[in-house]
Design a protein around this ligand. Structure first.
Ligand SMILES: N[C@@H](CCC(=O)N[C@@H](CS)C(=O)NCC(=O)O)C(=O)O
Length: 344
């Protein structure tokens, strides 16, 4: 670990981030990104210390050294933790799963994140129903298991905003490369708003931006930012790293057209589908359809009900509900290539 981390030790253990750091120290879902002043309550980030999982690839803010090499999760802390996680998580993500374990772990995850990411804020619902979505879709580079990305997806649900999601699992080939080349470093979430030309890292900044621009004067919901450090990691842990690493046999080429997923962040079954889209590195249009969403009439028309998840795949003409069926379909359709040499 870097010397500078120890130099700040005293203030660090007293900071809001300390409990989260302890979790991250054992979590393979994130590199150990410790941001001072990252309690979600203030945007004044004075210094960032980034300790990459891979001992051969360490960097601090200011030195934008980049590498074209795809990070090999097998050389990271994952190599120690993944066998355990894989055992707990049921091994091969494409293999049949224990339905009870799946329901229980995703259910507990949703309970941990109540009340965020389920319901559209009333002021926003009225505005969205009247004037619809912003003209161009946002682009969100993220991965499902990342608690900071979850924070942004929760805000999108509450603001009833759709987005193009570009999953960046560990071992991701296409999307991580894009973030590194455009943003300068591999850190998630990374967000672009083509309506304003704004792009940014830092989940709390992204959430504040979304509320200020599209929130009808609302501040971020009470606890949305702060709670990430308390329970934002629960789904990551409960789901044993699902939605974190690229599936070894994910097809190398993305499908011609983006899939479309009706979902809302804290829906326990939609989470399972998003994990799979992430593991297969499949870009998709996320139609957030929380309670009160303006997307629900369209969903009702296409699906015959407002239940989520509901997937539309314009590449094959398939559209379906039921998370179990969608997951099986996705692995069968997009998970059959020669094993990817860099995937974990
Ligand atoms: N303070 C940042 C923290 C972001 C962060 O630590 N993201 C982790 C994932 S949870 C990351 O990008 N890790 C690098 C990687 O996965 O390669 C934020 O709130 O956005």
């Amino acid at each position: 670990m870097r010397k500078s981390v120890f130099a700040n030790y005293n203030s660090f253990i007293r900071s809001d981030s300390f409990p989260f750091f302890i979790f991250l120290s054992f979590s393979p879902s994130c590199s150990l990104h410790f941001m001072q002043n990252n309690s979600g309550g203030g945007g004044d980030i004075t210094k960032e210390v980034v300790v990459k999982e891979s001992t051969s690839d360490r960097r601090e803010e200011g030195s934008l050294e980049t590498t074209q090499k795809v990070e090999d999760p097998r050389k990271s802390i994952l190599s120690i933790l993944c066998p355990l996680l894989k055992l707990f998580g049921g091994g091969d993500p494409a293999a049949p799963r224990n339905a009870l374990l799946e329901t229980a772990t995703t259910g507990v995850s949703s309970i941990a994140r109540l009340p965020w990411g389920s319901q559209v804020l009333p002021e926003v619902a009225a505005a969205r129903a009247e004037s619809g979505q912003p003209p161009q879709l946002f682009q969100l580079y993220e991965f499902e298991a990342c608690p900071f990305c979850r924070r942004v997806r929760e805000a999108l649900t509450e603001l009833d905003l759709s987005a193009e999601v570009y999953p960046c699992p560990k071992g991701s080939i296409r999307h991580r490369e894009f973030v590194r080349s455009v943003g300068g470093r591999e850190q998630f979430p990374y967000f672009l708003d083509p309506n304003t030309g704004v792009s940014m890292y830092e989940s709390s900044d992204i959430v504040r931006y979304l509320f200020s621009k599209y929130g009808q004067g609302r501040q971020p919901s009470p606890g949305l930012l702060e709670s990430t450090l308390v329970t934002g990691w629960v789904p990551t842990l409960m789901r044993a790293g699902r939605g974190m690493s690229l599936y070894a046999s994910a097809t190398l080429q993305p499908p011609h057209k983006k899939l479309e997923l009706f979902s809302y962040e804290n829906n326990q079954f939609a989470r399972l589908v998003r994990e799979t889209l992430c593991e297969l590195e499949l870009p998709y249009i996320l139609r957030n359809s929380g309670k009160g969403s303006s997307c629900r009439p369209a969903l009702l028309q296409i699906a015959g009900s407002t239940k989520v998840p509901f997937l539309v795949d314009p590449n094959t003409g398939v559209s379906m509900g039921e998370s179990k069926d969608i997951i099986a379909y996705l692995f069968q359709t997009y998970g059959r290539s020669t094993p990817n040499p860099v995937a974990g």
